[in-house]
Write a protein that binds this ligand. Sequence first.
Ligand SMILES: CC(C)(COP(=O)(O)OP(=O)(O)OC[C@H]1O[C@@H](n2cnc3c(N)ncnc32)[C@H](O)[C@@H]1OP(=O)(O)O)[C@@H](O)C(=O)NCCC(=O)NCCS
Length: 199
Amino acid sequence: MTQLPDGQPGPPILPTPRLRLRPFTPDDWRDAAVFYTDPEVCRYLYMTADPDGAAVRARLARFADAYRKGGFTLWAAERLGDGRVIGAVVLNPAAEEGEKQVSAGYCFARDCWGSGYATEALGAALAYAFETMGVRRVTARRFAENAASARVLGKAGFRCESQEEPTAGEGRGRSLYQYALTRDEWTRREGEGLDASSG
Ligand SMILES: CC(C)(COP(=O)(O)OP(=O)(O)OC[C@H]1O[C@@H](n2cnc3c(N)ncnc32)[C@H](O)[C@@H]1OP(=O)(O)O)[C@@H](O)C(=O)NCCC(=O)NCCS
């Protein structure tokens, strides 16, 4: 188990071939600002881009607070090669009909897109969700125009379940696709050696 900036326990470090998924620290704000202040990244998320470094610092503090209160589990994706935090992956708790489930999200700095980092980070987060958290189902959603995320979800084995047109919030007026992956489906893929790249 890791420690949050205030010394409280944080999510465990998840190693991947090229990344180290670990909690954000306050010092990460400069790296995190590269993606959280980028409108091109944030237009696919459910948030407005942060206006400056102070807003990013406040965001990182909120992340630690939310984890402490049992909210979401979020990792900074630190690249092993240079120690830079290039993105983030999150599991948000969501209970549905008594089933333990989480929704997954991720984002990466634009200069790092297209190198398989999101696929790698999501794969580790899914293994943690199913094997350690004991989750039965992971959901995800993406805007219709987000073709890169559609591919990431497809490579991880997610199925598209439905489409909606939100009438309020950040997604208002944009088509949104809902995805899901059950533990059974994930376990079967793992057993068949269907790694993310073969999706
Ligand atoms: C979505 C996102 C996380 C993907 O990160 P990434 O590290 O580039 O993802 P990967 O490299 O693992 O995989 C991307 C895949 O999408 C494909 N792709 C990228 N742009 C594409 C496009 N316009 N149309 C179709 N496929 C596309 C890539 O070729 C790659 O597939 P491949 O491995 O078969 O070649 C990144 O684009 C991002 O941060 N976007 C903004 C935030 C966001 O959308 N978050 C998800 C919200 S649902």
